[in-house]
Design a protein around this ligand. Structure first.
Ligand SMILES: [Ca+2]
Ligand SMILES: [Ca+2]
Ligand SMILES: [Ca+2]
Ligand SMILES: [Ca+2]
Length: 209
């Protein structure tokens, strides 16, 4: 205690009074800890136009690694940062050879070999999968969809066949579900508009933004 006087309301039991005094004493410490919260590490360069990050153990060492989707509207390099096990991410690898305006890079095992692959959602260029060699090195695999304005990808087994599917959300354009075949391929399953109705993927409405 710092010698401050704590006034306990009348009629309280000793236990209640002690708990009250402890709460009064601890509250400033909690507030101080909140004020002193600082970044543990830096990650990547400050000039990159990062849209999102994904976590997953891409090299099988038990530590969560980071995949960064960069670019947004402008072509940029996506990167994989390997975790040294102490939240240090000094080793960066390029994800793909070509720059793209990426918004999303979620992880899932698309080819069923046990390691995490990456689905990349792009603005103005095709979305595509990157296949993991098991050590966190990726090569480009299947593309899915036409060049559009993808803003996010959500991965889940939507049709219950045991394979990960991809819900593609596009700005100002049709959204789509792509069905994963479990061997690294994804195919358009249905187009999705508001309200959960299904539409033909060829029907596009509204101006491109
Ligand atoms: Ca790892
Ligand atoms: Ca895999
Ligand atoms: Ca693999
Ligand atoms: Ca599925």
């Amino acid at each position: 205690m710092d010698g401050r006087r704590v006034v306990v309301p009348c009629g309280w039991s000793l236990v209640a009074a002690v708990l009250f005094a402890l709460a009064v004493a601890v509250a400033p410490l909690a507030a101080q800890q909140e004020r002193t919260f600082r970044p543990l590490r830096s990650l990547g360069g400050g000039s990159e136009l990062t849209a999102s990050v994904s976590l997953g153990d891409v090299n099988g060492d038990g530590a969560l690694d980071v995949v960064v989707a960069n670019g947004r509207h402008w072509p940029s390099q996506n990167r994989v940062y390997l975790n040294d096990g102490r939240a240090g991410f000094t080793l960066a690898r390029r994800l793909g050879e070509e720059e793209a305006g990426s918004y999303a890079a979620p992880l899932a095992d698309f080819d069923g070999d046990g390691d995490l692959d990456v689905a990349v959602g792009n603005d103005r260029t095709r979305n595509l999968l990157f296949v993991n060699d098991g050590t966190g090195r990726f090569v480009a695999g299947a593309t899915f969809g036409t060049p559009s304005s993808t803003r996010s990808l959500t991965l889940a087994d939507l049709d219950g066949d045991g394979h990960t599917d991809v819900l593609v959300v596009n700005r100002g354009r049709q959204n789509f579900v792509f069905r994963g075949d479990g061997s690294g391929g994804v195919r358009c399953r249905d187009a999705v508009r508001g309200g959960g109705r299904l539409h033909d993927r060829r029907r596009r409405r509204g101006p491109r933004r």
